[in-house]
Design a protein around this ligand. Structure first.
Ligand code: PFF
Length: 449
């Protein structure tokens, strides 16, 4: 049997798209995008964001897809096959470490999500005043036992899915969770839009104000597009290595980027009309999800169910992101070190659980351990999002744009044997010029901020 036949693959094109959208749709879409849009000039920010998706997001997705699908290998094997005489394949270590760093801090937040889901389901989350919700959250993250326990529980679920393999685990879970996520979002949207005064939320999110956008808003939009589309650490190289050879890559990349953007916009339509309708102040990040929104949900009729549904939504969004992060080191270990999937999964689980526990403890017993003023959690977040993802994206853009053989790109872009020269020029020119310049600007901005 040939190596390719033995290797796992996604069963259907739908499954491949669901898994990739699952990777892209995550906490970033729900707690970061809507607020950033509202704060940075609403419609003006959204317009710039859409441009970033077209000029930066889709081309970099394509660069990862070309590497993964043309070789059907993990990042290291892929680079070795594509550039056998060079040492670029060592870059794969950078991606593997990046994925572990990101998975570690991200899982802590996923742990918070499942504790809140549990509390919502058992009814203990209900019945607090807004000020008390802040305290509830502070008590929770302040407790080393609770923080670590829920993080570990989340990771056990995550790695149990990974043990099931690419088709039953990664694809199976994404195929169920992604459609459900859309259904939940739409139910929420209808409810939010029917609330009195919902137009104030829509104005906050959509009304264009170019003066409020500014240079900061443009850079934020570029950085957000990058994080949201899971670029730079070979998540999409790994997933596309499981794609079938005849799926139209360009169409898939556009579908994935569009669905990811749609979820981010719908999240805004869910959150802000509700927040404004009940007279709360908009916020972002943990404060929005764990302090403001519980207050909002429990003021609605059927608050018990809205709270549960919202944390289920977050759970689906976050689990499908962490499974894509976990697939990077697992595929790498099974192919480069010939480990069994079970052993590779266990090894990754141990490493990520230890690092994630340190991140969870950085809110309490390890809060004094800081580097450059950042606790371990913030350091992992900063390094993962700003260093690994951005430098990784810079590498893939330059590698595919400038160094990869034209024929490899043409073959991957081909649909039924024909490659559109528009598609080729669009992808390659953006990878050569726009993407590196944009990434260097974001890097400069983040490092000097
Ligand atoms: N795209 C995810 C989000 O928006 O939350 C985060 C992420 C997932 C980044 C997977 C990188 C990755 F490989």
């Amino acid at each position: 049997m040939s190596e390719i036949k033995q290797r796992a693959s996604f069963g259907t094109r739908m499954g491949a798209i669901a898994a990739s959208v699952g990777s892209a749709v995550g906490l970033g879409n729900i707690w970061r995008f809507p607020y950033q849009a509202g704060e940075n000039g609403g419609g003006a920010y959204i317009l710039v964001y859409l441009l970033c998706v077209v000029l930066l997001g889709i081309p970099v997705i394509m660069s990862e897809f070309v590497i993964g699908r043309s070789t059907h290998k993990n990042m290291k094997g892929a680079l070795r096959q594509l550039s056998p005489k060079s040492k670029v394949h060592h870059f794969a270590y950078f991606c593997v470490i990046g994925s572990i760093v990101i998975c570690s801090f991200y899982s802590v937040v996923c742990g918070w999500v499942i504790e809140y889901l549990y509390q919502a389901a058992t009814g203990t989350l209900a019945g607090h005043t807004p000020a008390e919700y802040s305290q509830v959250f502070k008590d929770f993250v302040g407790s080393p036992v609770r923080g670590v326990t829920w993080t570990v529980l989340f990771l056990v679920i995550n790695f149990a899915v990974m043990l099931l393999g690419v088709r039953r685990g990664v694809e199976g879970v994404s195929r169920v969770m992604m459609p459900l996520l859309f259904v939940i979002l739409i139910v929420f949207c209808v409810n939010s839009l029917m609330l009195p005064g919902s137009h104030k939320g829509l104005e906050f999110l959509f009304s264009p104000d170019f003066a409020a956008l500014g240079w900061d808003g443009v850079v934020d939009a570029m950085g957000q597009a990058f994080m949201s589309l899971s670029l730079g650490i070979a998540a999409l190289v790994t997933y596309s290595s499981y794609f079938s050879d005849d799926s139209p890559l360009m169409k898939d990349a556009v579908t994935i980027a569009s669905l990811d953007t749609l979820v981010a916009l719908l999240a805004g339509v869910v959150i802000f009309p509700a927040v404004f309708s009940f007279g709360f102040e908009p916020a972002a990040g943990p404060e929005l999800v764990f302090e403001v929104l519980p207050s909002v949900f429990y003021q609605m009729t059927g608050g018990y169910w809205w709270a549960i549904l919202f944390f289920v939504l977050l759970f689906f969004a976050s689990l499908t992101s962490t499974i894509s992060l976990s697939e990077i080191p697992i595929t790498f270990l099974t192919e480069e070190f010939k480990m069994s999937r079970a052993f590779a999964t266990l090894l990754c689980a141990v490493v990520v659980i230890v690092l994630a526990a340190l991140c969870a403890l950085s809110f309490n017993v390890l809060s004094g351990a800081t580097v450059a003023g950042m606790n371990i959690f913030s350091l992992f977040d900063y390094v993962g999002s700003n260093v690994f993802m951005l430098l990784g994206g810079l590498f893939t853009a330059i590698y595919v744009g400038w160094f990869l053989h034209k024929q490899v790109i043409m073959d991957q872009l081909a649909v039924r044997g024909r490659t559109s020269s528009f598609d080729y020029n669009y992808v390659v020119q953006c990878l050569r010029f726009f993407a590196p310049v944009a990434i260097l600007i974001i890097l400069y901005y983040y490092v000097t901020a």
